[in-house]
Design a protein around this ligand. Structure first.
Ligand code: CUK
Ligand code: CUA
Length: 763
């Protein structure tokens, strides 16, 4: 061991960097000197470093902005773990390439068009009693008003619902404390139902709205039939939040451009930005969603595109909606963990406004209204319902909460800072500079009833000079901040190269319990057994006039079947089931020029259908490096040109021809390999391997391989008996392939058991 260490130090000494032998450094001081690191840098590194094989304490789900996806990463390491395809095809996951996921994307078809992208802004984790429960994730598409449902059992998108009435949205997805409803508020006013009216009739015909999507947790789906919307004035509704504790049953949606200005530079009018920020105040919409749900259930709605809409007149009569003035160009509206306060930022203000729920509720109960808006909605007196206003700096946007009572963090867009303050007492406690122009921020579980504290992420809009230059389009910059002490400490910069992540949701990692493999033959997008799954040994090719349907399996390292014949003009469908049980044994499937990528995770069944409109000999192959013979995991799709169709099946040519010596050599190898396998199996079964949940499925897999091995062995020996040495050698080789796979799994199990402290319990 010692001599090995010496060798590596000596080798490292040869790799010089700036005249200093970086890799030879033997102490922390040497490394600090060589890499110009301060004590603070090293401390930050130690706080974020997760040793090899280690896990993060929190998992963050960040919107992927214009990519229409979600980015999953760990905190404190900031290591990216996954992209989840949501509104946009994502080839690695086969999302948008297999029939199963095409169905999900097709749900997001809007007015006959496939956007094939989304502008994801606000992810929300499902909650139980106001705390993230690790079951589901929701996210909105601002551009094409839609909400997606993702299951955290497998981190896959299961459903997309199209908003039936809005033409754009922003204030989604936000959930009520038990995820009964997913809130989606409009952004730019439109004609409800996506209709037309001239801009001269903006005040009369254009409207905003907020939609409450009913979530059916047992089904894991939004139930569109039980969902409803409330018609609102044509103010640009913005971010929303659900009340909790004393304010449970209510929701809050702010707005900008309550001026109802409609721009028109081309007519010589000042632009939108001038007219939409002319007044001193916009409105916070305060909505009684629980009562609104009763009103909707009682049928006091108007159907627009088959969707229940509570019209403004009804909403006012039933006391469902109220307005409160809020300072210039408000943005975030964030309810405190105890549900007693709503903090609102103003993009053109220097204050955050802290509204008191108790004061709002008593003003509503006492019907103490300052005035009405042009549509007759009661307006509460802002001064009467404010708890306080706190001067934080320029451009306060969004607010997150700490585990310590009364402590909040607000992003300051213009100042490029985060402010920490006590909102109960109205005292600023600390500020930290971020790089640059922060939008949202996320404290761990910082929007729940019980925030976890510890870390805060600044989701900055501009990276400018922070990273190596990569052309005019820069990555965005997520910065990790330690909030465990009195002073905030900047720990880490993470470039985000996928899109502009507006918001992120976080959860303690131990609340997530995703599956390791699917139940055999699962259609993952429907979360049920696929009608197209087959077991190894039952693979088949079904031929009907004009149609070829393949029911196949993938297992290290072959597809069954591997030669498929069809005629030009046929409709071809492949249904593949991955027959592996081993963790992380994914196979892929692609056909040259015909089929994009299918991802076949262990147990999954995925399908693809296409028209064989061009004849040729098309190779297909496994797209994941799944085993030593991954490159050999291949096949041919033979699309015979018209006219050749009537001919008999193609004869397969032989390459190398084998004799007795080849067989004897392979046979001797197999006997030796078997001795190794027997040794590993003997060791595994002598341990308490059943105590480790990861291991039995692997053992099951290895047992399968050994079963296939026996079949190949029998075929080899039968051929040898007939002195058919060519086929005997080929089958002996296949026998060996199965041995290698069994040995590979066996050795993985042995390593796992050694590393996890398994004990020998039997001889
Ligand atoms: S956000 Cu969507 S414009 Cu401040 Cu929630 Cu970025
Ligand atoms: Cu299966 Cu590569």
């Amino acid at each position: 061991m010692r001599s090995l260490w010496k060798v590596s130090v000596a080798a490292g000494a040869l790799l010089c960097f700036g005249g200093t032998a970086v890799f030879a450094a033997e102490s922390l001081e040497d490394i600090m000197k060589a890499r110009h690191l301060s004590q603070k840098d090293v401390l930050a590194a130690a706080k974020t470093y997760v040793p090899t094989g280690g896990r993060d304490e929190f998992i963050v789900f960040s919107s992927g902005g214009q990519s229409g996806q979600i980015i999953v990463y760990g905190v404190p390491s900031m290591r990216i773990l996954k992209y989840i395809g949501v509104f946009t095809p994502e080839p690695w996951q086969g999302y948008g390439y297999d029939n199963e996921s095409k169905r999900v994307l097709a749900e997001g078809r809007i007015d006959g068009r496939d956007p094939n992208w989304g502008d994801t802004h606000h992810p929300a984790l499902s909650e139980t009693a106001g705390k993230p429960d690790g079951q589901f994730l929701f996210i909105n598409d601002k551009a094409n008003p839609r909400i997606a449902v993702i299951s955290l059992k497998d981190f896959e998108t299961k459903q997309i619902v199209v908003n039936p009435i809005l033409q754009s949205e922003h204030g989604g997805a936000f959930v009520t404390p038990n995820s009964d409803y997913v809130i989606e508020a409009a952004q730019y006013p439109g004609v409800l139902g996506r209709g037309y009216a001239p801009l001269s009739e903006f005040n009369e015909k254009f409207r905003g709205a907020v939609t409450y999507w009913k979530f059916d947790r047992a089904k894991g789906e939004i139930d569109a039939a039980k969902s409803f919307s409330i018609e609102l004035p044509p103010y640009s509704q913005d971010l929303s939040d659900a009340g909790k504790g004393p304010s449970d049953g209510w929701s809050f949606t702010n707005s900008f451009c309550a001026e109802r200005y409609v721009g028109g530079i081309e007519q010589g009018r000042p632009p939108f930005e001038a007219g939409c920020s002319a007044n001193d105040a916009d409105y916070l919409h305060v909505i009684n969603w629980k009562k609104a749900a009763e009103v909707a259930a009682a049928g006091k709605t108007t159907k627009i595109n088959g969707h229940d809409v509570i019209m403004m007149k009804t909403a006012i009569e039933e006391g469902l909606v109220y307005l409160i003035a809020e300072p210039k160009s408000p943005h975030g509206a964030d309810v405190s963990p105890d549900g007693k306060y709503i903090i609102v930022g103003g993009k053109l203000d220097t204050n955050v406004s802290v509204y008191s729920w108790e004061k709002i509720k008593s003003a509503i109960d006492a019907k103490q209204f300052a005035s009405k808006d042009p549509y007759g909605i009661p307006i509460l007196d802002m001064k009467q319902v404010l708890h306080n206003q706190i001067q934080l700096g320029l451009g306060p946007l969004h607010t997150q909460y700490d585990s310590k009572p009364c402590i909040a963090y607000t992003s300051l867009y213009v100042d490029s800072q985060v402010a920490k303050y006590n909102y109960c007492e109205g005292k600023v406690l600390d500020k930290i500079s971020v790089h640059y122009n922060i939008g949202h921020l996320n404290a761990m579980e910082g929007e729940s009833v019980a925030p976890a504290g510890k870390y805060l992420i600044a989701l900055n809009k501009l990276a400018i000079d922070r990273f190596n230059p990569v052309g005019p389009l820069h990555p965005q910059n997520h910065q990790l901040i330690d909030i465990s002490g009195d002073k905030m400490e900047l720990l880490y910069d993470m470039p985000v190269p996928l899109g502009e992540p507006h918001y992120a949701a976080s959860i303690a990692a131990d609340k997530l319990k995703p599956e390791i493999r699917y139940a055999y033959g699962t259609d993952s997008r429907r979360d049920q057994k696929s009608e197209f799954q087959v077991r190894p040994g039952s693979e088949k090719i079904v031929r009907e006039p004009g149609k070829v349907t393949v029911f196949g399996t993938a297992i290290r390292s072959h597809f069954t079947p591997e030669i498929v014949e069809a005629n030009e003009g046929d409709e071809i469908t492949f249904h593949w089931t991955n027959a592996e049980r081993a963790e992380d044994e994914t196979h892929g499937f692609a056909v040259s020029t015909y089929v994009g990528n299918l991802s076949l995770e262990p147990g999954k069944t995925a399908s693809v259908t296409f028209k064989a409109d061009r004849p040729g000999a098309f190779s297909y192959y496994c797209t994941e490096f799944c085993s030593a013979l991954h490159l050999e995991m291949e096949g041919y799709l033979m699309i015979k040109p018209k006219g050749l169709a009537e001919q008999a099946s193609t004869k397969i040519a032989e390459g190398v021809v084998y004799g007795k010596a080849d067989y004897d050599k392979q046979h001797a190898t197999n006997v030796a390999t078997q001795a190794v396998i027997d040794g590993v199996v003997k060791y595994i079964v002598s341990t308490n391997f059943k105590d480790f949940p990861t291991v039995p499925p692997l053992v099951e897999d290895a047992t399968d391989q050994l079963k296939f091995m026996k079949e190949a062995q029998t075929k080899a020996e039968e051929a040898a008996k007939k002195e058919d040495w060519h086929n005997a050698t080929l089958w002996a080789n296949q026998w060996w392939q199965y041995q290698v796979k069994a040995a590979d799994i066996g050795l993985r199990v042995k390593t796992y058991l050694d590393e996890h402290g398994a004990k020998v319990i039997a001889k």
